[in-house]
Design a binder for this molecule. Structure first.
Ligand code: PLP
Ligand code: COI
Length: 354
């Protein structure tokens, strides 16, 4: 399938600012395609960035039939651009589509649409240290009907925008609030799909935590309120001693992070041991007290590798590594971003030049 291309009038092209936060600036173009029952995907186009028009009864607005993704394009020192593991993103997009009863996309076509969009908005890929172009593919249910049921028409779109650090703390440790009341997802629910409802469900607790000075919420399993799942926008890892990295196993209610998978594959090549296991919050807090756990860090596309310096559970704060970024998080941050920005070899074949 071809993508019809209409580019913006060069006089109207935006410029990428020097100061970058996360997710508030958008590049000049938008990819869209439409799926109708019996017809499949059609009308693929890249056009100047524009608002979407939706019927007020479009099912996404009422029942949240929606999925999204997040990946980044990185500016290399030679001026070229790398995408990081876009194939894995496309696979997860379809996994989410299956769970939300939405039509699958052709993964190769999806990645090619992203590649073309980035190529057209090439000058939006920033080159300041730590910056990148964040790419947000999404799919929404568009059929106007108030009866509950899967939609028969869908819109798949991809937008992008230059970003700096996700957290205002940058690479400095964030404070995390362990929720003892609200739960994000339950086994059998939609926790391992990247769908808006999971994030909507997290907002109540996130707002409470923010009021008390915590940047993120750490979610526990919904059945026993005991096992560590993940953080609002990232997976979580614990460092035992100076060698062993442990992250919660995938249970079906956790997002299978691509950064998490990259850490699990990269860390052993740097001399670390990794394992995925069930982690009891009480044992983890005891491990911080005893000094067995030396570092805690989150990992995600937006968050990259983000040290955690403080955990609050049931009214008690535990400080990790004196609220300082530790050597393991630092090493992983350096090695991972070096692969992403093309500064070191990529034995895994993760990087795809645009
Ligand atoms: N967990 C949640 C809930 C997320 O939103 C994200 C971000 O995408 C992650 C984990 C990390 O996933 P990834 O590394 O694929 O970005
Ligand atoms: C990402 O890291 O890509 C995400 O989707 C997290 C989001 C909450 C910004």
């Amino acid at each position: 399938m071809n993508i019809s291309i209409e580019t913006i009038d060069p006089a109207k092209r935006g410029t990428c600012p020097q100061e970058l936060a996360f997710g508030n600036i958008f590049s000049d173009h938008l990819f869209t395609q439409v799926s109708d029952q019996g017809k499949g995907w059609h009308s693929a186009a890249i056009k100047p960035f524009h608002n979407l028009t939706l019927h007020p009864a479009a099912s996404v607005l009422h029942y949240g039939q929606e999925i999204f993704e997040g990946l980044k394009a990185y500016r290399r020192a030679d001026g070229g651009i790398n995408l990081f593991r876009p194939d894995q993103n496309a696979i997860r997009f379809n996994h989410s589509a299956d769970r939300m009863v939405m039509p699958r996309v052709d993964e190769r076509f999806h990645v090619e649409a992203i590649r073309q969009l980035v190529e057209i908005d090439e000058h939006w890929v920033p080159n300041q240290p730590g910056s990148s172009l964040y790419i947000r593919p999404a799919m929404i249910a568009t059929t106007p009907k108030l009866g509950l049921g899967a939609s028969s028409s869908y819109l798949h779109f991809v937008m992008s925008g230059p970003v700096g650090p996700y957290f205002k703390e940058g690479f400095n440790p964030v404070s995390v609030y362990v929720s003892d009341t609200c739960r994000r997802a339950v086994k059998g629910g939609t926790g391992d799909a990247k769908t808006g409802g999971n994030y909507a469900a997290s907002l109540f607790m996130s707002e409470q935590a923010a009021k008390e000075g915590y940047t993120q919420v750490l979610w526990l399993d919904a059945l026993e309120g005991r096992y560590i799942e993940e953080v609002g926008a990232m997976n979580i890892c614990f460092v035992y001693g100076d060698k062993r990295i442990v992250t919660p196993e995938l249970t079906g209610s956790i997002l299978a992070g691509i950064t998490r998978d990259s850490v699990l594959k990269l860390a052993p090549t740097l001399g670390f041991e990794v394992s995925e296991q069930r982690l009891d919050i009480n044992e983890v807090l005891a491990g911080i007290d005893s000094g067995d756990i030396t570092e805690v860090f989150g990992c995600g596309t937006a968050a990259v590798i983000s040290p955690v310096g403080r955990l609050r559970f049931l009214g008690v704060d535990k400080t990790v590594n004196d609220m300082k970024a530790g050597p393991v998080a630092k090493r992983l941050f350096d090695e991972l971003t070096s692969i992403q920005y093309g500064k070191r070899d990529d034995p895994f074949g993760w990087v795809v030049p645009v």
